[in-house]
Design a protein around this ligand. Structure first.
Ligand code: NAI
Ligand code: PYR
Ligand code: MG
Length: 549
């Protein structure tokens, strides 16, 4: 990453301006605080969520510095509007709100590549390179929109999630906005509503078979790497049948990772490390049940399983702590269907496994200490299940991680009430604190937004060749270690979201050190720095809109 002011040095200076008769500006435009305050007041005056989203998108395009100052100083209020849950609504309505003003602003602020572009990808990227305002692009979030949050196939509407994640790279990770590139690969859509919608802005044809998508991505990745050799690629919201092959095909060749598999793995591991400790149950006695065995469920389960091994368990001992449930019941070798590759590693073998079809049956069979939902199905952690978790555990762990809010397996309030206030809870989308029997309870937000900004920042600064699993584990450990004494006293599982930039910095340092250990770093200058110097270096490299106003 080059210096902070790169690409943003020519921003408007906000000295009070004196109006001339007939001028286009009012008499007093205001100081930066006033400009941010004015944007906030305007935002709060807008009644609808989608309208708030389009206002913020328009602000981002008109003045990036005010946008990022506003978001950075009001993370709790703005994150739900530029990210989950409102981003889901934006993706669902993409054909109506497209192009958001930000795509007009710079010609390289978004890239749609369709299957018809396959022969020309190299040329398209070379042209784009001549138009990007920064000498080197640093990070791209790439999706094909085939599984956007828990909302299913939204086709090119997935652009919203790529843009939202990159806004957080800037606001929470301090990446230069000019070095970010959201990309949608338009492989068609299997969403009947979109196929029938004359206003749909993507290809109105059915999705290509996975093998053809994989072949497209082979070409895409090679051309991206040729054009932007240091660019980190984040795969996002690909349907599970593509998510795993794309990760395995590319992870050793290029600096890339899958956010749903690995970012989610790391953020949930970090929250779980803390919850396991608070539960006062040793790791060897934990029994962890996953409701949902897709890219994120399996990604998280395998990440925690590896952590157990690092804590001294054998592979078999670690695997024995996990149970996965999918739409056919307990995932088991002997249940009579052919399990897809990603479900085999943690599939069970006990003789009664095939009989366990519903979540309630599996919960009663397993007696879990921790119940984690990554199923996309809202409300599935019923009152009875939550009460049962409360009955068998002193401090039950319940993570309802599906996004957006309606897809959460239970709300925070339901979890608190069902367990008599003893739950250790995290959700993917934010919930408000809850009052129960005169006491205030605060939920955790177990969302990969705590990981990817810091993981990406560390990978950019170290100029990594690839992102091995140890870098992901380092990001989880750094997040778990980042809670302050005050946050621990509040029984939080994750740091306060207002501190996310500071947390990202710590994660970046952990990731850089892990990259150095594995020799995947190309920025060898960082090797000579001690930890304090490295932290100062990371901080100094971070884009900071307030300084540049
Ligand atoms: N909190 C976070 O940071 C993240 C949350 N997620 C959320 O996780 C959810 C799942 O994502 P993926 O794993 O990619 O999706 P997926 O569609 O691949 O997996 C869903 C899994 O749930 C199972 N399932 C669906 N309906 C079910 C039912 N009625 N009963 C039992 N099992 C059922 C499916 O069989 C499948 O195993 C999404 O809502 C997504 O938003 C994903 C990534 C990060
Ligand atoms: C948060 C996220 O990546 C998802 O829900 O897919
Ligand atoms: Mg995702």
């Amino acid at each position: 990453m080059s210096t902070n002011s790169n690409g943003i040095a020519q921003q408007t200076k906000f000295a009070p301006s004196v109006g001339l008769p007939g001028g286009t500006e009012p008499t007093l435009v205001g100081s930066k605080e006033v400009l941010v305050g004015r944007a906030l007041a305007r935002l709060r005056s807008i009644p609808g969520d989608l309208e708030k989203y389009t206002f913020l998108a328009s602000l981002k395009s008109r003045n990036e510095n005010i946008f990022y100052s506003l978001v950075g100083s009001h993370m709790k209020e703005c994150t739900p509007l530029i990210y989950t849950p409102v981003i889901g609504l934006a993706c669902q309505n993409w054909s109506l709100i497209h192009p958001p003003p930000s795509t007009y602003q710079t010609p390289a602020s978004a890239l749609y590549l369709s299957i018809n572009d396959l022969p020309n990808i190299g040329q398209i990227l070379a042209d784009l390179k001549t138009r990007v305002p920064k000498d080197e692009m640093e990070i791209s979030v790439v999706t094909d929109g085939s599984r956007v949050l828990g909302l299913g196939d939204l086709g090119v509407g997935g652009m919203g999630i790529s843009m939202g994640k990159l806004s957080l790279y800037v606001a929470a990770g301090g990446v230069n906005p000019k070095a970010t590139l959201p990309i949608v690969l338009d492989f068609g859509t299997d969403n009947e509503k979109l196929l029938a919608d004359p206003l749909y802005v993507g290809l109105r044809q059915r999705r290509l078979p996975d093998a053809e998508c994989e072949a497209f991505v082979d070409v895409f990745m090679a051309e991206m790497h040729k054009t932007f050799p240091n660019m980190i690629i984040q795969f996002e919201d690909f349907h599970t049948t593509l998510a795993f092959p794309l990760l395995f095909n590319n992870r050793e060749k290029y600096p890339c990772f899958n956010d749903d598999i690995q970012g989610t793995g790391a953020v949930v591991l970090a929250g779980a490390i803390r919850a396991f400790a608070l539960s006062e149950i040793p790791l060897k006695d934990q029994r962890i049940l996953f409701f949902g065995a897709g890219s994120s469920g399996v990604g998280v389960a395998e990440t925690i399983c590896k952590y157990f091994e690092k804590q001294g368990m054998t592979e078999e001992e670690a695997k024995a702590k996990f149970w996965l449930v999918d739409s056919r019941g307990l995932v088991a070798h002997n249940r009579g269907d052919t399990l897809p590759e990603h479900k085999r590693y943690l599939a069970r073998s006990e003789s009664d496994a095939p009989k366990l079809k519903t979540l309630s049956e599996v919960v009663e069979h397993v007696k879990p200490t921790a119940l984690l939902g990554l199923s996309t199905v809202g409300g599935t952690f019923t009152k009875e299940i939550l009460q049962y978790m409360g009955k068998i555990n002193k401090k039950p762990i319940v993570f309802a991680l599906s996004n957006p809010v309606k897809q959460a397996e239970c709300t925070f309030e339901q979890a608190v009430e069902g367990t008599g206030g003893r739950v250790m809870y995290a959700s993917g989308s934010p919930f408000d604190p809850v009052q129960f029997e005169g006491q205030k309870y605060e939920p955790g937000q177990g969302n990969n937004m705590y990981i990817f900004p810091g993981l990406g920042l560390g990978a950019i600064l170290a100029k990594v060749k690839s992102i091995p699993e140890d870098l992901v584990h380092a990001s989880a450990q750094a997040l778990a270690d980042s809670l302050t004494v005050e946050e621990k006293e509040r029984n939080l599982l994750y740091p306060d979201v207002e501190r996310i930039r500071e947390v990202s910095m710590t994660i970046a340092v952990g990731v850089i050190r892990a990259a150095q250990k594995l020799n995947v770093d190309r920025n060898e200058e960082l090797r000579g720095m001690n930890d304090a110097q490295l932290l100062a270096f990371v901080q100094n490299q971070m884009y900071h809109p307030l300084l540049d106003l």
